[in-house]
Write a protein that binds this ligand. Sequence first.
Ligand SMILES: Nc1nc2c(c(=O)[nH]1)N[C@H]1C(S)=C(S)[C@@H](COP(=O)(O)O)O[C@H]1N2
Ligand SMILES: [Mo]
Length: 410
Amino acid sequence: MRAPAHALPRPESFTSRLRGPEVTARVGLWLGICFLIAFVTGLYSHFQQDMPGWLTLPRRPVSLYRVSQGLHVISGTAAVPLLLVKLWSVFPKLFERVDLGNARRLGLQLAERGSIALLISSAIFQLSIGLANTTHWYPWSFSFRSTHYAVAWVVIGSLLVHIAVKLPIIRAAITGPVDPRPSPEPAEPEYADEYAAVPMPSETAPPAGPPTAGLSRRGLLRATWLATGVVVLSTAGATVPLLRKVSVFGVRSGDGPQGVPINKSALAARVTELARDPNYRLELKNGDRTMKLSLDDLTQLPQNTATLPIACVEGWSASGEWRGVRMRDVLSLVDAPDDVDLIATSLQKSGAFRVTRLPSQFVNDPLTLLALELNGEPLSIDHGFPCRLIAPNRPGVLQTKWLAKLEVQA
Ligand SMILES: Nc1nc2c(c(=O)[nH]1)N[C@H]1C(S)=C(S)[C@@H](COP(=O)(O)O)O[C@H]1N2
Ligand SMILES: [Mo]
């Protein structure tokens, strides 16, 4: 029966055989895996930047944050095509009528729909702002990190409820066949041979006609995996050096001054003049004890090398060979005790990343440098000339450039 033109469609108005729990559950399984990876790596990244007092984060391996944040952005990106296919596969359910006659059923239906509405809207919101962030595009005024963090709990919570509610359907759909089995054709009597081997299902010719014409569900799933693979390959080069050539949409390519991409340039941070000023001095402060060091003074101190990545929260990362003075050695100049935190301030007058607190375990790490050189040359102005902070296993946002002041926290 056709619905009148002005009425909403009914679930039966959608006739594609490709839809079904067999498809929804399989795509959903991978989507769930992506969400779980993004959630765990996201928590790690959040705590890196907002470390609760009870937590000590590891400093080795030095690339842990690079791998974790790379996985975060890759799994979030892979979730986009998966979510689209999954939403398409359940779209007709949107038009199911609620049963107004039965109060108990109505309550259950509303609860189910409410939790799904929350899941879908939070997931779409989360992936959208995450994707925008990887392209360095912030078309909103709220704080990205705290919003992304809060919504992550909404997504993961409503996802768990959703999985719990649908578990019987998911289990049956995943363990059964993807495509409906072709109904066996009755054997023609003259060919019947009771000694002939029974044909394996794959050898059985599919019945002719509409039931198998066109794309099968298996084909749809293959296309979905392929699309997800293409999306990943075309973006993951921002963090996986081997993929740089195929990652046409990699937001940051491998290039940038001295072989390392830049996020904020000196021009954008309005520090060029201050950074190039021949009277530049780095201020050290430990209580009343202060000291001012010129770039020349800094180059006279013992120099060390550390190979450490810059791993931006936005997903790109690159390794560099940094050379400079160990932070511990710098602080010894003002007799800083062993277990103090450090506040590093940039020449920048404003901006979210002009100040960092470096916990004592990083201050004392022999790989933490006040870097003066990158990949064999003095730091370029965009990488933080005259000097910057570089520490192992920390997000890029905390690797403060164009340092003006290092202060022992009282
Ligand atoms: N002073 C200052 N330092 C900063 C930033 C900034 O905006 N201001 N951006 C940070 C971010 S977000 C990243 S990812 C790294 C990038 O370092 P690079 O430009 O040398 O690659 O610098 C960090 N240091
Ligand atoms: Mo960054």
